[in-house]
Design a protein around this ligand. Structure first.
Ligand code: SF4
Length: 345
């Protein structure tokens, strides 16, 4: 073990606690550190999380309102119409079913609930009308924060969603720009960036991250973090590829627990003020799931994912409370919250 490495981690940690940043070059060094240094790295990431995000964990949940036969060819996705998978295909679920799921999520302590629809944007009147119906029903049925993930947004569609009362928009970059042609060829990386900028310009809080473990290099993991930093994204969901049979990425080897924890910690260093939210692929951590928070995560998605089952919500909530962390939605009225990072110091 090299003492100089411990000391460099400490220096970077202190610089960020003092309001500075980690460079992309340092990020590329950090994400390559040997396993032996992971506990030290996590200790620093934990300090950054506590300093910038406090003791509260943001919990969110999603509903897949329309699934399968998607026009896009995202290589990781079970819902793409370009791949042959066992994912279910159905049109919009009834609003009552959506509200029941949102109410359940709120009872669990979730502060935000995402309406997720396959496809590439709110393109037809039918889609707009359905979302209006959903948001009106959610408004009447629960105070949970309203989030949506619908693919690309134009300026006009972002503004329309804002007038419907939507607060957050989720749209992943998915990966680094230099890797995107391995992931999708039916839309462009620039469309992802435009969507994020359009959502922000309309006054929506942006939730954007990606999927790690798709075959990208370690440098490309840092490249995506750097892009998210430049875009000023407040909430960064990290997913770890769950290879789905029938997709072009079906034979990828899942990331190891250490690799996942090192990636989370490095993202906390790259994006110290962001809500770093762990979503799909958490199961690859096995018995080490609770370590995501010590590695710097400040949020977690609970319940089921789009096409896969999550682990038991009771286990997730117990995990958070056993760590003496608080579920933000337990104590705060959710609707209308302004996202503010806890001041460092
Ligand atoms: S990730 Fe979204 S846009 Fe891409 S194939 Fe899946 S549902 Fe379609």
């Amino acid at each position: 073990m090299d003492n100089a490495i411990f000391s460099t981690i400490d220096q970077i940690t202190q610089r960020i606690l003092n309001g500075g940043e980690m460079t992309a070059e340092e990020g590329r060094w950090m994400i390559r550190l040997d396993d032996d240094y992971l506990p030290w790295l996590m200790a620093g990431a934990d300090r950054l999380r506590k300093s910038y995000r406090g003791n509260e964990i943001e919990v969110c949940a999603i509903a897949n309102v329309r699934s399968g036969n998607c026009s896009e060819n995202c290589s990781f996705c079970a819902q793409s119409g370009h791949h042959k998978t066992a994912a279910p295909a159905y049109d919009y679920i009834p609003a009552e079913e959506l509200v029941a799921q949102a109410q359940q999520a709120r009872e669990w302590g979730a502060s935000d609930f995402g309406v997720v629809s396959k496809g590439w944007g709110m393109r037809s009147e039918k889609e707009g009308a359905k979302l209006e119906e959903y948001f009106t029903a959610m408004d009447a049925g629960t105070d949970i924060g309203r989030c949506a993930s619908l693919g690309a947004l134009t300026k006009a569609s972002a503004e329309k969603l804002k007038t419907m009362g939507m607060e957050n928009y989720h749209h992943n970059l998915e990966c680094a720009e230099s890797f995107f042609d391995q992931v999708c060829t039916t839309h462009t990386y620039q469309e992802n960036i435009d969507t994020i900028n359009n959502a922000r310009a309309a006054g929506l809080r942006v939730c954007a991250g990606g999927i790690l473990g798709m075959g990208e290099s370690l440098d490309q993991r840092i490249e995506m973090a750097e892009s998210l930093r430049q875009l000023g994204v407040e909430s960064v969901p990290l997913n770890f590829l769950n290879p789905v049979l029938g997709t072009p990425m079906g034979n990828q080897t899942p990331m190891s627990p250490y690799e996942i924890l090192r990636a989370i910690a490095t993202y906390r260093y790259m994006l110290p003020k962001a809500e770093i939210r762990i979503a799909g692929g958490r199961q690859f951590l096995g018995d080490m799931q609770s370590m995501i928070f010590m590695a710097g995560a400040s949020g977690v998605m609970i319940g089921n994912y789009l096409t896969t089952q999550g682990r038991s919500v009771d286990d997730d909530l117990k995990m958070i409370r056993d760590l003496k962390l608080e579920v933000r939605g337990d104590t705060k009225q959710r609707r209308g919250r302004q996202d503010q990072a806890v001041a460092a110091g």
